[in-house]
Design a protein around this ligand. Structure first.
Ligand SMILES: [Mn+2]
Length: 272
C-alpha cells in the first residue's frame, strides 16, 4: 500500500467517485472507435499499470474495464485507488463495469474485506461500506455500433440491448433471479440451447449459442466481449459461440494476462 495514502484521503476520493458515478447511467454507449479493454484484475496492480502504459503508448482515449477489480490478489486497494484517481482526473474516458466481486456478498468472503482489515485496522468498516456503495454505482454494460461489453453473460428474459435499459444501479448485492445478478454471473456454453443451471451457484446460468445469436441480431451487434471465466492458463482468452463471444483475462494470477484493443468492427488481443 502506498504509505502516504491515509484513510481520510481515501475516504474523500471514494465519496467523490461515488458522486461522479451516480450521475451516469447503468448502460453506456461508447462513441469512440478505438477502445482498450481490460479483463478481470483481482488485485493485480501490476497488470493495471501495464494496461495504462499501453493506453499511453497507443494514444488510446477510451479505456474499458470488464469488472472484478477486488479479491484474490492483495492489491485491490491500490487497483481501486488508481482507477478512482483516473476517474476524478478525467484523464481518460474511463469506463469501469461491475463484476460479481463488486458485490458485498462476494467481496466479504474472497479477500477484499481481509485486505482492508490489514491495511486500515481502525477504519476498515467505514472504508468497506463506502467501497460497496461505490460498487453499487458502477455501470453493468457498455456497447458500440458493433460490440457489447459485460462481465458475465446474457441474463434470462433479455433478448436484446433494449431489455438492458431497465438495469438498476444502487443494489449492494443484486439478488438471484434479477437481470443485475445474471449479467454479472452467467457464462456461455457450447452444445446447449437456451439456459441451463450453472455450477457457479444458485441463480447462475449457462446460455447457448441460440441466446447469443438472438441477442446480437435483435441488437444489430456482431460480438460480445467479456471476462469472468478463467481462460486456458497459457492463452489468456478463448472464443465461444462461433467466435461471436471472446472471453479475456488480465489478472496474472489466473492466466497469462491479455488486453484487447477494439478498432471499429475489429479487435486485436495483446499480451501484456
Ligand atoms: Mn467474475
Amino acid at each position: 500500500m502506498n504509505n502516504e495514502l491515509k484513510y481520510g484521503e481515501l475516504d474523500e476520493l471514494i465519496k467523490e467517485t461515488i458522486n461522479i458515478l451516480s450521475s451516469k447511467p447503468p448502460i453506456i454507449n461508447i462513441e469512440d472507435k478505438t477502445i482498450l479493454v481490460v479483463g478481470d484484475i483481482h488485485g493485480d496492480y501490476e497488470s493495471v499499470d501495464a494496461a495504462l502504459r499501453i493506453a499511453d503508448k497507443d494514444n488510446v482515449n477510451t479505456l474499458l474495464f470488464l469488472g472484478d477489480y477486488v479479491d484474490r490478489g492483495d492489491k485491490s486497494v491500490e487497483v481501486l485507488h488508481t482507477l478512482m484517481t483516473l476517474i476524478s482526473d478525467n484523464s481518460f474516458n474511463l469506463i469501469i463495469l461491475r463484476g460479481d466481486h463488486e458485490t458485498r456478498e462476494i467481496n466479504s468472503e474472497y479477500g477484499f474485506l481481509e485486505e482492508l482489515k490489514n491495511k486500515f485496522p481502525e477504519k476498515y468498516g467505514e472504508i468497506y461500506d463506502l467501497f460497496n456503495e461505490l460498487f453499487a454505482q458502477l455501470p453493468y454494460v457498455a456497447y458500440t455500433k458493433y460490440y457489447v461489453f459485460l462481465h458475465g453473460g446474457i441474463p434470462r428474459g433479455v433478448s436484446g440491448i433494449k431489455d438492458l435499459k431497465s438495469l438498476r444501479k444502487g443494489l449492494i448485492s443484486p439478488s438471484p433471479g434479477t437481470i443485475e445478478f445474471e449479467i454479472l454471473w452467467n457464462d456461455p456454453a457450447e452444445y446447449i440451447n437456451g439456459y441451463i443451471p450453472n455450477i457457479r451457484g444458485d441463480g447462475t446460468y449457462l446460455f447457448g449459442v441460440d441466446v447469443t445469436m438472438d441477442f446480437l441480431n435483435n441488437s444489430g451487434l456482431t460480438g460480445i466481449i467479456r471476462g469472468h471465466d478463467p481462460p486456458p492458463y497459457d492463452k489468456g482468452y478463448y472464443f465461444s459461440h462461433n467466435n461471436h463471444i471472446v472471453t479475456i483475462n488480465t489478472c496474472r494470477f489466473i492466466s497469462k494476462p491479455v488486453i484487447l484493443e477494439v478498432y471499429g468492427d475489429e479487435y486485436e488481443i495483446i499480451y501484456i
